[in-house]
Structure formats: structure tokens, C-alpha cells
Design a protein around this ligand. Structure first.
Ligand SMILES: Nc1ncnc2c1ncn2[C@@H]1O[C@H](COP(=O)(O)OP(=O)(O)OP(=O)(O)O)[C@@H](O)[C@H]1O
Length: 293
């Protein structure tokens, strides 16, 4: 793969990515039904060690981009270059199944809903440890020890590992989700609306946990959210998506102070800001024709 297409600091480089879906499904789908263009010509680098935010309104294509990067969706055009642990660069789109499985150990996802994303019939121990078992990495007491260590890392008590998900609160379940994502010691974590379903105070705790884990485990995050106040708190850079395009990409503080694209300004104006002085400041900086309050 052409290394010149990938900056030395990048863990993932997306180049010219396009993704379509058939616009109908099942028997309703006509043979020549038009396609839904969900992503068109996406170019973005995810720098090793950073937290890159991906924001945009519902349906803008954020989840689809995350799923393409992890190899869940096949792409229609473009490349997703991934720098392996040994430094080699491989296009996710042309990996064989074995390579894809290996890459998917390094790139894990955390999903939004802490209630539906955990199998209610599995004990927490098995939910978190399953990937170790399936990948033949550990079993028996070694597996239990590794799960217990991860459970401690995410701030839960290993004593509760034999319980089922229903015995845990929403915040605790999201910690279980995080433990499940991290148990294989990934390099990139794609957090898809990972704190959106949580109360504000619990959300702050989980965000703190994610930051702490990033520092301890040297993780890179792609942090998908429609909520700009959350993104500001955790991200180094932010990419703004609108209708399948990245319309703006900048360091977080630059983007919040000097948004360039009108769509970004609209998103920022919609952020609820409790402090009236801050609200005035953001309005001044995001309104095309500024009027003093
Ligand atoms: N498997 C699929 N088949 C057909 N259409 C899909 C599929 N997955 C997503 N889409 C469509 O692609 C578009 C983008 O969806 P996507 O979930 O990526 O957006 P999003 O920005 O993550 O939105 P949200 O914040 O609501 O999750 C939507 O119109 C959606 O209906």
C-alpha cells in the first residue's frame, strides 16, 4: 500500500471513501432502485493517541463511517489504510478474513445503549471475557483474572462479575461495555454515542473514565456524538459531518472559537450552555451578523 497516502503519525487514514445503500430493502427493492449515497469521498486521518470527534446531525453518516473503518460494512469506493502493530500498512477494504479478524482485535467499538448492547442471559464475566475465549487468548482462571483486572480498571467490583446485566445501573453497564471493548487491548476504540444515553452526572464520570483509560492504555479514540458539549470535553480534534461529507475538521478549541462552516455554526448555536456569559460569547462567535445582548 502507498505509504505516501498516510501521514507517519496516523493509525488510520480514510481516502476517497464512498458508501451507498440500496434505497429499498427486501421484496420492496426494485432491481434498479436508486441507491442512498450515505458517504461520499471521505478523507480523514486518525492520529495515534488522539481523540477525534465525529459530530453531525442524525443520519449524516457518522455510524456508517465508524462501521466502514472497523470492516463491518463493505465500501463502494476508496481505501481505509490501517497501520498494523508491526508498522505495515494495509487497506481494510482488501483484507482477507483472517487479517480482518486480526484488525478487529485492535479496533473495537463501544455502542450507545448500555441496556440493549449486553446480552441479558450472559453473566458479566462471560460478556467481558468472551472475546478472550473466542480468540483463544485465555481461558479458565487466567481468563477470570484478566476479566477481574479489567473490571477493576473500569471502576467496578470483581465480586459482582457473576451477576447478569440487569443487576447493574446504566452507568455501570456502560462501564461493562467499555471493559468488553478493552479486554483485547485494542489500539483504536470507536465510541459511538457512548455516553448519550446516560444522565449528565454519570456521563461526566464515564467521560473521565475514558480519558483515564486512554492515558493508561495509550488508546486512540474515534468519538462519535451528535452532542457538541460532550465532544468539547474529550476531543483533541473534531470533524463535522453533514450529509455524508466532512465539512470541517479542526482542533477542538479552534473549531469552538472560530467555526468556519455555516453548518458547524448552526450545530454550535444549538448547544445548551448554562452560563449566560458563555452563551453570549458563543453567540457572538458563531453568528454571522453579531448583535450584543
Ligand atoms: N444498513 C443500512 N441499510 C440501509 N440504509 C442504512 C443502513 N445503515 C444506515 N443507513 C442509512 O444511512 C444514513 C446514515 O446513517 P448513520 O447511522 O450512519 O447516520 P448517523 O449520523 O450515525 O445517525 P445517528 O446519529 O442517528 O446514529 C441514514 O439515512 C440511514 O438510514
Amino acid at each position: 500500500m502507498d505509504e505516501q497516502n498516510m501521514p507517519a503519525s496516523a493509525l488510520v487514514s480514510v481516502r476517497g471513501l464512498a458508501k451507498h445503500f440500496p434505497s429499498g430493502s427486501g421484496r420492496l427493492r426494485k432491481p434498479r432502485a436508486p441507491v442512498l449515497r450515505v458517504l461520499s469521498d471521505i478523507n480523514i486521518d486518525i492520529i495515534e493517541g488522539e481523540t477525534l470527534g465525529l459530530v453531525g446531525e442524525s443520519g449524516s453518516g457518522k455510524t456508517t463511517l465508524g462501521r466502514c473503518i472497523i470492516g463491518i460494512h463493505r465500501v463502494d469506493a476508496g481505501a481505509i489504510l490501517y497501520r498494523g502493530r508491526n508498522g505495515s500498512i494495509i487497506d481494510v477494504c482488501s483484507m482477507d478474513d483472517a487479517r480482518l479478524r486480526a484488525m478487529q482485535r485492535d479496533v473495537r467499538m463501544i455502542f450507545q445503549d448500555p441496556f440493549s448492547s449486553l446480552n441479558p442471559r450472559m453473566r458479566v464475566m462471560d460478556i467481558i471475557g468472551d472475546a478472550l475465549r473466542v480468540n483463544g487468548i485465555a481461558r479458565g482462571t487466567e481468563l477470570e483474572d484478566r476479566v477481574a483486572e479489567m473490571v477493576r480498571r473500569v471502576g467496578l467490583s470483581p465480586d459482582k462479575m457473576r451477576r447478569y446485566p440487569h443487576a447493574f445501573s446504566g452507568g455501570e453497564r456502560q462501564r461493562i461495555n467499555i471493559a468488553r471493548a478493552l479486554i483485547l487491548e485494542p489500539r483504536l476504540v470507536i465510541a459511538d454515542e457512548a455516553v448519550s444515553a446516560l444522565d449528565v452526572s454519570i456521563r461526566a464520570q464515564v467521560l473521565e473514565l475514558l480519558k483515564q483509560l486512554q492515558a493508561e492504555l495509550k488508546l486512540t479514540y474515534l468519538f462519535i456524538s451528535h452532542d457538541l458539549s460532550v465532544v468539547e470535553d474529550i476531543c483533541d480534534r473534531v470533524a463535522v459531518m453533514s450529509q455524508g461529507d466532512i465539512v470541517e475538521l479542526a482542533d477542538t478549541d479552534v473549531m469552538y472559537r472560530h467555526p468556519q462552516h455555516e453548518y458547524t455554526r448552526t450545530l454550535l448555536r444549538a448547544v445548551p450552555i448554562p452560563d449566560p456569559r458563555l452563551r453570549r460569547l458563543v453567540r457572538q462567535q458563531t453568528s454571522p451578523d453579531t448583535t450584543q445582548e
